[in-house]
Design a protein around this ligand. Structure first.
Ligand code: FES
Ligand SMILES: [Fe+2]
Length: 461
């Protein structure tokens, strides 16, 4: 890849072509938990947070009526930082000269101006629409005169609170390399490899980092195998993809015996979300939102198609590995991501712990450097999805620059009708895997207590 192209697909600040594209999609801006006084006592009296997205400084707050506002952070008077504002029932007041703003950016008062002044009527702070889904606040930062697309009805956004859990973490790297790890079907065979297996009974639904410890659906000689064993023993997946309205559906096949094939179906929702199976009844939908060119928050939405989730336990498990209030991982470049050469020799392929496999991906993402130099890489057959995604990204950037509609979930004609998408990780009869996995997906939906049959049929290309 040429250096100019790498710049084009990684830079997201105001006015950049890629930033223009990404701003057309609903993007996560904070967890509702960040406004939970039990987790952060500072927000009890003052639900106001400084946030940064796409290299823009913003302030997020809730008014007395419980409505959310997201405004540019620089006060339109003389530019002081509104995240230090006085929180009032109907808005946020700049402490410099007392100008007050409502959640929609309307100026409510300019108290230092002479009585009768109309200055306030002429001032409006840029505001961005905010909606709450799956315990998360989403913002739309598209063109000021534009209309946000309908919010897509993906599983994680329609499942009830009892069956979902949202968490996030900060990675010190560009958004695209964060996403490119998640859509790479070859890496679990290596990066997340455990050299020994644990008994399947030892893996609870809430086992935080033990993603590939869970059982793959289906049986080998009457026995269930953990995903990690299959990944380890069959490390050359046959990767293919199928275009979908939301992006692509990815299939990785691992032929095991003449009779059995392991099939893993995951999804890349354009531009920066993947949906993968965590276990037979749980999926993870993970979005990657740029803070700026070299920092990215991942947001994970866990969705159960079986029993309700123990959200408190899931939060407690994950909180061990990050520092609040900014969800910064305790492992990172500063401590070499906890690398232990002895563990690498005897227990895991990577040597960065077994409890939180998120660190594995974090290392892959961050060790490339803040913005991966794609002029120096050598892509192979197993990087097919990475290449296809970059092509789609370049096309979408071009389309938006030419005045066209951004694809997938930013397209108002398509986004409202988006549902699913389905995933599977299982051992299928070799010749019948295409029908077998659809059947598995159907059964999973039929048993989901919160899904009305028929509302989330697999999308057709
Ligand atoms: S800078 Fe905010 S009121 Fe003057
Ligand atoms: Fe991974």
């Amino acid at each position: 890849m040429k250096a100019e192209q790498n710049e084009l697909i990684t830079r997201v600040g105001p006015g950049t072509p890629c930033g223009d594209l990404l701003r057309r999609y609903w993007q996560p801006v904070a967890l509702v938990d960040e406004f939970n006084p039990a987790l952060d006592p500072r927000v009890a009296q003052r639900p106001v947070k400084a946030v940064r997205l796409f290299g823009q400084d913003l302030v997020l707050f809730r008014n007395e009526a419980g409505q959310w506002g997201l405004l540019d952070r620089d006060c339109p008077h003389r530019g002081a930082d509104l995240s230090f504002g006085r929180h009032e029932p109907d808005g946020l007041r700049c402490p410099f000269h007392g100008w007050k703003f409502a959640i929609d950016g309307a100026c409510l008062e300019t108290p230092a101006e002479p009585t009768g002044s109309r200055l306030c009527d002429r001032v409006r702070q840029r505001s961005y629409p905010v909606v709450e889904r799956c315990g998360t606040l989403f913002a739309w930062m598209g063109p000021e005169d534009g209309t946000p697309p309908p919010f897509p009805a993906f599983d994680c956004f329609v499942a009830p609170a009892s069956h979902t859990f949202a968490f996030k973490g900060l990675w010190f790297a560009n958004w695209l390399q964060c996403f490119e790890v998640g859509i790479d079907p070859a890496h679990p065979s290596f990066l997340h490899r455990f050299l020994q297996d644990e008994p399947l009974e030892a893996i609870g639904q809430n086992a935080a980092g033990k993603q590939f410890r869970s059982a793959s659906a289906g049986a080998v000689n009457g026995q269930q195998w953990p995903m990690t064993r299959i990944m380890r023993e069959f490390a050359q997946p046959e990767i293919s993809f199928e275009k979908q309205p939301f992006g692509v559906q990815i299939t990785a096949l691992r032929p095991m015996t003449p009779e059995l094939t392991h099939v893993r179906v995951t999804n890349a929702i354009f531009p920066a979300t993947f949906v993968i199976p965590l276990s037979e009844t749980m999926t993870i939908t993970q979005m990657h939102v740029p803070v700026d060119d070299t920092h990215t928050y991942w947001y994970s939405f866990f969705t159960s198609f079986g029993s309700p989730l123990d959200r408190e336990a899931m939060r407690a498990q994950r909180q061990q590995f990050i520092s609040l209030p900014d969800y910064i991982p305790k492992s990172g470049r500063h401590n070499r991501w906890g690398f232990n050469p002895e563990e690498q020799r005897s227990q895991t392929y990577l040597g960065m712990g077994e409890e939180d496999i998120n660190v594995h991906d974090q290392w892959a993402v961050e060790s490339m450097g803040p913005i991966q130099d794609r002029t120096r890489e050598h892509l192979g057959t197993s990087d097919k999805i990475i290449m296809a995604n970059r092509r789609s990204l370049l096309q979408a950037i071009e389309a938006v620059q030419a005045g066209g509609v951004a694809p997938g979930a930013a397209d108002p004609a398509l986004s409202g009708g988006m549902t699913g998408p389905d995933t599977v990780d299982g051992v299928a009869p070799a010749g019948e895997w295409p029908t077998w996995w659809r059947e598995q997906a159907r059964i999973k939906r039929e048993h989901a207590p919160w899904l009305v049959p028929g509302i989330a049929e697999p999308a057709t290309p």
